[in-house]
Design a protein around this ligand. Structure first.
Ligand code: 5FX
Length: 533
């Protein structure tokens, strides 16, 4: 009899939908599907998968919506004849920072799921909080200041946990819940992240939080990979017990719950590999290697960096690396991404990307010393707003010629990314690749500027569903991680990214002094922002 083809499955509980991607042993995608929360589960009345509360700061998602979406997607897979019995391993991911509060006795319910009923009915009384705080919540400023004070300041917290205190980070979210509803906190048996909560639904037991997603809580010591006692105490009493120990991201947690074996026909030996956060999962899906940078050029620009020796700072985040435990990843977010590029395109390039490209082609690297900062909305990194243009003598000027403006924007955006990455300990190596994704990554001239500013080759990759795909890859790796095989050993079969631009040999010489100037002028722009008029 012919051997049945093994499958590996990744689930992504993202903000707006649940996605599934299955691959075969050659790492080829063989199945994908999704459940869209607003459209497919209208009874939860979410917009974009969330509820924004009246204060505009509190943002939550219904925990039962996530469970029902899993029931729905598994039923859909069953109805199209998906061969659950061939699945060797499952892993998954969830939006980072969100938290789930299991009620006392919920472990018992998870351990004894009756396969005749859908999960959302079996678990409907298992949570003390039905609306989970998620990453879009920004209601915890007071808790953030309290946590930073408890460890002697923002930089100390960053040095310990990888990030200064952020409103959406889970420790601060838990602190607010404890402060506002101590009785609810007292009834909580276990606190999960969205990722470990989702893993629990497959495992039929509480699943551990992994090091990588755990780094988005302001609670985990990223060097020792244990909870920071001072942070736990500053957030809520008895918190360590409610979180359980954190574990490596590639650990096999156990076999799938008998519930899924009976209800869907999974192999009882199918393994559950620890789930992680969506950004770490995307790093895996993009198959980042040591020294690589992924630059996503979308509504907001996001940078993922593979870093060996990070230096956590007041901007950006350091997370434990999800595919190699002894290294790290950094995450930097920029709000002024494609909307800013579109505005300059409209004002300086007749609203046409072709004209925009032409402007980049007809101006030279370094822009004859003209450089600019373009922040239509308050930027995250650095915290500054407005448009600031400087000529070669570092004098502020009100306008640039149109083509100069286009180049100043693109060079400025990419220099900022390089400078902030290097502040977090990132070092460009001879083997460094830049993996570009998102809308602007199909523009050759933009990619050339990116390549020149970083002095590294730029590759493009298709990142549709990179988080769920990354988890299908992680499921493959999880099964062999114990035998010493690295994630990149396992990924050798995967499709290679396409080379899109190589750095001009003169670029390094041109940009070295400009990068230094940009960094100094950035300080000026920030201090001007805080100057009283
Ligand atoms: C990262 O720190 C974030 O808050 C977001 O990218 C969420 O993970 C989105 F799900």
């Amino acid at each position: 009899m012919a051997r049945r083809a093994a499958k590996y499955v990744g689930f992504d509980f993202s903000t707006q939908q649940l996605k599934v991607t299955a691959i075969d042993e050659h790492l080829q995608v063989v199945f994908s599907d999704n459940v869209h929360f607003d459209k497919d589960l209208p009874e939860f009345r979410t917009q974009g998968g969330v509820h924004v509360h009246e204060d505009k700061l509190t943002v939550t998602s219904p925990v039962l919506m996530w469970i029902k979406s899993l029931d729905l997607i598994l039923e859909k897979m069953k109805s199209v004849g998906f061969s659950f019995q061939d699945v060797k391993a499952i892993s998954g991911t969830g939006q980072q920072h969100g938290s789930v509060y299991w009620k006392k006795g919920a472990k018992e319910s998870l351990n004894n799921l009756c396969s005749e009923f859908p999960l959302h009915l079996l678990l409907k009384s298992s949570f003390v909080i039905s609306d989970s705080p998620i990453w879009m919540d920004s209601s915890t400023t007071a808790e953030c200041r309290h946590l930073e004070d408890a460890v002697g300041g923002a930089q100390n917290l960053a040095s310990l946990t990888g990030s200064r205190a952020y409103e959406r980070f889970t420790g601060n979210q838990i602190a607010r819940i404890y402060k506002q509803k101590p009785e609810v906190y007292a009834q909580t048996e276990r606190i999960s992240l969205v990722s470990s909560f989702a893993a629990s639904l497959f495992l039929g037991d509480y699943a551990a939080i992994d090091y990588s997603d755990g780094s988005g809580m302001n609670l985990l010591k990223i060097w020792e990979k244990t909870w920071a006692e001072t942070c736990l105490q500053a957030c809520a009493p008895g918190l360590g017990e409610k979180l359980g120990p954190a574990v490596p991201s590639s650990l096999v947690l156990g076999s799938i719950s008998p519930y899924h074996v009976v209800r869907y026909g999974f192999d009882p030996d199918c393994k559950i590999v620890t789930f992680t956060g969506d950004n770490p999962a995307s790093l895996a899906g993009m198959r980042l290697q040591e020294g690589d940078i992924a630059v996503s050029l979308g509504t907001s620009d996001t940078l993922f960096l593979w870093i060996n020796e990070p230096t956590p700072a007041l901007e950006g985040h350091i997370f434990c690396n999800p595919v190699q435990t002894d290294t790290y990843m950094a995450l930097l977010c920029y709000k002024n991404g494609s909307l800013m590029r579109e505005r300059i395109r409209d004002e300086c390039a007749l609203g046409s990307w072709d004209e925009f490209s032409k402007a980049l082609r007809t101006t030279c690297a370094g822009n004859n010393g003209n450089l600019g900062f373009y922040f239509d909305v308050l930027e995250i990194t650095p915290q500054a707003v407005g448009v600031h243009r400087f000529n070669a003598e570092n004098q502020k000027v009100p306008h640039f010629p149109k083509e100069v403006e286009v180049r100043a924007l693109m060079e400025g955006q990419f220099m900022a990314k390089r400078i902030h990455a290097e502040r977090l300990g990132y070092k460009i190596m001879p083997r460094t690749r830049i993996l570009a994704t998102g809308g602007a990554s199909c523009n050759q001239e933009i990619l050339q500027v990116l390549s020149d500013v970083f002095g590294a080759p730029v590759y493009t990759i298709d990142t549709a569903n990179s988080a769920s795909l990354g988890c299908a890859y992680r499921a493959v790796h999880g099964l062999v991680a114990n035998s010493g095989l690295s994630f990149s050993d396992v990924m050798k079969l995967a499709r290679k990214p396409k080379l899109a631009a190589s750095p001009n040999p003169r670029a390094a010489q041109v940009y070295q002094p400009v990068l230094k100037r940009y960094s100094e002028l950035e300080r000026k722009v920030i201090s001007d922002a805080f100057e009283t008029p």
